[in-house]
Design a protein around this ligand. Sequence first.
Ligand SMILES: *[C@@H]1O[C@H](CO)[C@@H](O)[C@H](O)[C@H]1NC(C)=O
Ligand SMILES: *[C@@H]1O[C@H](CO)[C@@H](O)[C@H](O)[C@H]1NC(C)=O
Ligand SMILES: *[C@@H]1O[C@H](CO)[C@@H](O)[C@H](O)[C@H]1NC(C)=O
Ligand SMILES: *[C@@H]1O[C@H](CO)[C@@H](O)[C@H](O)[C@H]1NC(C)=O
Ligand SMILES: *[C@@H]1O[C@H](CO)[C@@H](O)[C@H](O)[C@H]1NC(C)=O
Length: 438
Amino acid sequence: MRIKYTISVVFFVALVIIEKENNIISRVSDKLSIKQTPDAADAPVHTGCLSRLPLKPNVSSPSLSKMNSAFTLMKRRLENYSERRVAARRGRKHILLLATTRTGSSFVGEFFNRQVDNMFYLFEPLWHVEKMLTLEGGGTNATVAAGAYRDVLRQLFLCDFSLLEGFVDPPPVDHVTAALFRRESSISLCEESVCSPFVKGVFEPYHCRSRRCGPLNLTLASQSCLRKEHRVIKSVRVRQLETLRPLAEDPRLDVRFIQLVRDPRAVLASRMVAFEAKYRNWKEWAASGDVPLDDDEVRKLKGNCDNIRMSAEIGLRRPAWLHGRYMLVRYEDIARFPMRKAAEMYRFAGIPFTPKAKAWIQRNTQASKKSSSVYSTQKNSSEQVEKWRFSLPYKLAQVVQSVCGPTLKLFGYKIVSSEEMLTDKTVSLIEDKVFNLV
Ligand SMILES: *[C@@H]1O[C@H](CO)[C@@H](O)[C@H](O)[C@H]1NC(C)=O
Ligand SMILES: *[C@@H]1O[C@H](CO)[C@@H](O)[C@H](O)[C@H]1NC(C)=O
Ligand SMILES: *[C@@H]1O[C@H](CO)[C@@H](O)[C@H](O)[C@H]1NC(C)=O
Ligand SMILES: *[C@@H]1O[C@H](CO)[C@@H](O)[C@H](O)[C@H]1NC(C)=O
Ligand SMILES: *[C@@H]1O[C@H](CO)[C@@H](O)[C@H](O)[C@H]1NC(C)=O
């Protein structure tokens, strides 16, 4: 009887703590090893919490039956809780690489894509969603798009392609499609097990390069996804991190967000080269020296900067729902220290960094006569990263600074106050900054 009392009291108090301090439990249990049984894993949590409480139970006050029912309730909740925690604790991670175009997200995606043995990687699946939701005048309704992105991402993290299928055009037939955007950029979607027999005469714009496959059978893709230990999705389409909060709170997922950012002045310079036609206005403004600040293009630039900054601000504020789930990475740091940053990302993700992925990074960032990528360390990479300073007219740098000032400041990009400063090689515009206390 005595023992039962003691146990009941202990569990009763633990129940109260669990209700109140869910956070501590999830934090502590995250640290516990996968191998532990739920009971063993939960035990130290109780001890730890109890020792901090002025615990003087008046054993004679509540009746035995009350204690028993509390005990039963407690047990049920603990079991339910453990079940959910165990699902997450099995070690499966869901990584979302959040970026905007020209921030090196494809390259960073490769860090994970190349670790193909235990990683299911998808490259821009939301492309289809954005395309389908694009309004007549261009652009999407941000609210509608955000909801669709969130729901599709959630399903994809669970290896379910059905919602995405609804956005693929032409619609898949029997879950088979020849049109999945950039299929070939995802090693997982071109593996032997996902490779259907080649079909002659079917045009596949995104056909596998590594082997000859027929149109993608999404059932096979889903099966492959389920077999892989971790799931990684890269997207340049999510605008506000906050819209993904339900993913972070979904007990079936263990989501980690990695937000990639880059100096918006460099992004503009890069986009003016990559998307020449779209950025013709900017070229003309640069030539005439007159930028209409109320132009749609400038407003869009400001909107992008604000979205990126607000997402980062939320992440860096570390609200409870994002605790341990957010990492900010600057393009410039990846370009200068690729291996170090990759190791940090893997550590943050809670995934072992395998020699295979390391070897790929080594090969693709080392001096190579053919490589002219900004990630090549053949030339001085610090210089490479700041090369945009010689291609972006000062006038445009000023415009970016005037509409993206707070964004530049948050990420540690120095403002230039003259054309001389912009092109002064001896002054780096990248401040050393540590964002993540990993
Ligand atoms: C314990 O509870 C009983 C009955 O409610 C009460 O009479 C007694 O004073 C309490 N003892 C202490 C130490 O609080
Ligand atoms: C377990 O917890 C979840 C989330 O709080 C709840 O939706 C579900 O109904 C619970 N299940 C049981 C069996 O209590
Ligand atoms: C976006 O769509 C929602 C829901 O359909 C609608 O209420 C809202 O007015 C739309 N927003 C804009 C800017 O069109
Ligand atoms: C796709 O793969 C599944 C699983 O192997 C198979 O049952 C199905 O018949 C395939 N679909 C087509 C259209 O071949
Ligand atoms: C690379 O360039 C930066 C800036 O010009 C300079 O500070 C640094 O010493 C250079 N590093 C090497 C290895 O040349």
